[in-house]
Each structure stands twice: as C-alpha cells, then as structure tokens.
Design a binder for this molecule. Structure first.
Ligand code: SAM
Length: 270
C-alpha cells in the first residue's frame, strides 16, 4: 500500500525518525519489538527469514526494486531530502524497512537441535563487531551463536547492516543466566574453549576438539570474565608475533580473533 509522505515529522514515520540518537533507538527498538533493515538485499533476507514487515521507507526511484516482496506492507514514499534527513545516509542505499522481531528460542532448545559448532559472545558492546562476527560465523561453518545476557543486540540497525543479513541466517539465543550459562553448555556436551590473547594458553592449532565445540569470545575492552575463563574446559590463544608483542600489540580485535578461530577450528569439529 503506497503512501506519499511529504513531512518528515509525520507520525507514520516514527519508526524511522531520530535514527542517529543511539540511546533512543535502542529503547524504541526493544520497546516496540522492532528492528530496522537497511538496503534491498538485507530487507529481502529478513523477509526471506520470516520476519514480518511493518513498513518500508523509500524514495520514488527505489520503489520498483522491492515491489515483488512487499505484499500488503505500508510503503512510505518520501523525497530524497526527507530520506537522507531521516535515515542519515545517502539515498543510494534505497530503502529502510521496519520489521517485527520474532521471539528468540531458549538456549536449551537451540543446543539440543544438532548444533555442533557454537560461538558464544560474552558482553560485546560494539554492534558492528557483533554484526561482523555473525557474518564470519555464517561464512565459516558455525551452526549457532549464543549471547551472554548483556551482549549487544544483533538486530540493532548497525549490526544488521554490517552482518549483511547474516543475523537472519544463523540461529541465535540469549542465555538467561550468565553465571550458570557455561555449565549448561558443558552439560549439553560442548567442549568450551575460552579464546584469550594470553600467550601462555594453549595455541589454537593443536587444540583437542570433539563432536560439539563452543568457542567463547570476550568483550572488546576487558576480554572474557575470570568466571568464564576458569569455567571453560580450556583456554586457547591465537599466537601473536614476537614483533607485535614487542611493539605492545598484545591482542587481536575480537572480530579478527573470531574469524581466525572459526577458520582454524570449525572444519575439524564432528
Ligand atoms: C580485544 S580482545 C580483549 C583484550 C583483553 N585485554 C583481554 O586480555 O582479553 C577481545 C576478545 O578477542 C579474543 N582475542 C583477541 N586476541 C586474541 C588472541 N590472540 N587469541 C585468542 N583470542 C583473542 C578474545 O576472546 C578476547 O576476549
């Protein structure tokens, strides 16, 4: 259903307004159970994954690109000026869609369903990092992602965008209890490997795996909590070069660490 909107303050556009205010966005998205998908490809992936679409915001020249998948959704057509004012991006990305969240599965149902290769993210704060890790996970054979209770939201706009829609293809769940979460994974048969830059940990290449492996990744600043480091079956590191260490570069970015570890380990699981 096409609706031409000429006023940026029109209440029909509330899902999309004030996108640059990070705190407001976070609360709006969680409160209303919505998230925003940006660009044609990502919107198609979200629809393909079964997320119900609330509405689309686009400009006249991008209408045709999504017409076949929009069904009965409200489509708000605005001028280029309104689009870039609201969306805060160049209009060449075409469209934003407001989508409804689906209920997340409980962790237990996800780990019961034959998922041998897990990534577990503890308290990551950066949405771009979460999105990029989902993208690597989708590319490198991860079956599912488990988030700690405080980990950043994969459906936040920036995470969705950086993941290129991989947040819709990798199943994920959020632990309801951080303290007992790892224990429950171990009880489900996962060998829990704590990835740490600590170079006295076991180098990743020789590490022993099993049928079910959970790779634990820590927060950007502090890394893994001491509780998880102690509880994990083994601490493993990606060896850093002597030059890097001498220069004070003592860890990798968490996205790089996730990609290296998934590439090195996930193929060997099972
Ligand atoms: C930026 S690091 C955190 C650095 C923090 N100072 C620490 O000591 O863990 C974020 C996460 O990336 C992973 N990571 C970074 N460098 C790593 C390495 N060389 N080997 C294994 N994991 C690494 C770990 O999971 C770490 O918790």
């Amino acid at each position: 259903m096409l609706e031409y909107v000429t006023d940026a303050d029109d209440p029909r556009l509330t899902d999309y307004t004030r996108l640059r205010d990070v705190e407001l966005r976070k609360s709006l998205e969680a409160e209303r159970g919505l998230f925003l998908a940006e660009g044609e490809k990502v919107i198609r992936r979200a629809i393909g994954a079964g997320y119900p679409i609330r509405s689309v915001l686009t400009t006249r020249r991008w209408l045709a690109s999504l017409e076949d998948v929009l069904g009965e959704a409200a489509v708000y057509v605005v001028s280029d000026e309104i689009m870039s004012g609201i969306a805060g991006f160049q209009v060449h990305r075409g469209a934003l869609a407001s989508m409804e969240r689906l209920p997340l599965p409980p962790m237990e149902s996800l780990v019961k369903s034959g998922t041998g290769r897990l990534l577990v993210l503890e308290d990551l704060v950066d949405h771009s990092n979460v999105g990029a890790i989902f993208r690597s996970a989708a590319a490198l054979g991860v079956d599912a992602v488990i988030l700690s209770p405080r980990c950043a939201d994969p459906l936040y706009r920036r995470a969705v965008k950086v993941s290129m829609g991989a947040v819709f293809s990798i199943p994920y769940a959020r632990m309801d209890d951080w303290f007992t979460g790892l224990d429950r994974l171990r009880a489900a048969g996962y060998r829990t490997l704590a990835l740490t830059p600590d170079q006295s940990a076991a180098p990743i290449d020789g590490v022993e795996l099993g049928d079910r492996v959970a790779l634990l990744l820590g927060a950007e600043g502090d890394g893994l909590s001491s509780h998880w480091l102690e509880e994990a079956d083994q601490a493993v590191c990606i060896p850093m070069s002597a030059q890097a260490m001498a220069a004070g570069v003592d860890s990798l970015n968490v996205v790089a660490a996730a990609a290296i570890a998934c590439h090195g380990l996930m193929r060997r699981v099972g």
